[in-house]
Design a protein around this ligand. Structure first.
Ligand code: AMP
Length: 193
């Protein structure tokens, strides 16, 4: 079983690479951003509440996303493992994830952090927003806020996973195929458990 965190700022390519990795390794993709957007589309109370934060480029409360991940883990008991995309984003989420996995007698295998420069992130996000219509992908002020939230609350998780010897930096600039190759090379070295 491989439980992988695909880490990095907004626009780093986590979603793109997750989509490829789940196919190759038959893992379950857990993206809290996608789950939240699903709640918004379905017009649930949770979605309406989360949208207020998302539209400002702010993180939604820890309890909300932790409960979502807990449910998804319960819904996929036989899986070969998970790719966590956009989760965890805070220390509290990282600690909760460790606890949830421990309850299932498993753990995070590795955290792959995609490195991309801020200006390139903004360029990519604006490009993506034109196709996806995502409201938080069009306004440069909101995009910068998301990157600021990442730097303040999420980037410190690198130290959390370094302390567990699970942090691996991946060059996130360049060709999608090349980055995929770098990720696969790492995953293929993981011990299977
Ligand atoms: P993403 O699709 O991962 O870029 O997430 C879009 C937005 O959803 C973020 O800007 C946050 O407002 C919210 N979000 C997604 N995942 C999380 C998380 N793990 N913790 C808090 N907020 C999140």
């Amino acid at each position: 079983m491989h439980n992988i965190i695909l880490f990095g700022p907004p626009g780093a390519g986590k979603g793109t690479q997750s989509a490829r990795l789940i196919k190759k390794y038959h893992l379950v993709h857990l993206s809290t951003g996608d789950i939240l957007r699903g709640e918004i589309t379905n017009g649930t109370a949770l979605g309406l509440e989360a949208k207020k934060m998302m539209d400002q480029g702010l993180l939604v409360p820890d309890e909300v996303v932790i409960a979502m991940i807990s449910n998804k883990l319960d819904q996929n008991p036989g899986s070969k493992g998970f790719i966590f995309d956009g989760f965890p984003r805070t220390q509290a989420q990282a600690a909760a994830l460790d606890d949830l996995l421990l309850e299932k007698a498993t753990a995070i295998s590795a955290m792959y952090a995609l490195n991309v420069e801020d200006e390139e992130l903004i360029r990519r996000i604006i490009g993506r927003g034109k196709d996806s219509g995502r409201s938080d992908d069009s306004d440069p002020v909101i995009i910068r806020k998301r990157i600021e939230e990442y730097n303040k609350k999420t980037a410190p998780l690198i130290d959390y996973y370094k302390a567990q010897n699970k942090f691996v930096a991946i060059e996130g600039h360049g060709d999608v195929d090349e980055i995929f190759y770098l990720l696969c090379k790492q995953i293929d070295q993981l011990p299977v458990f």
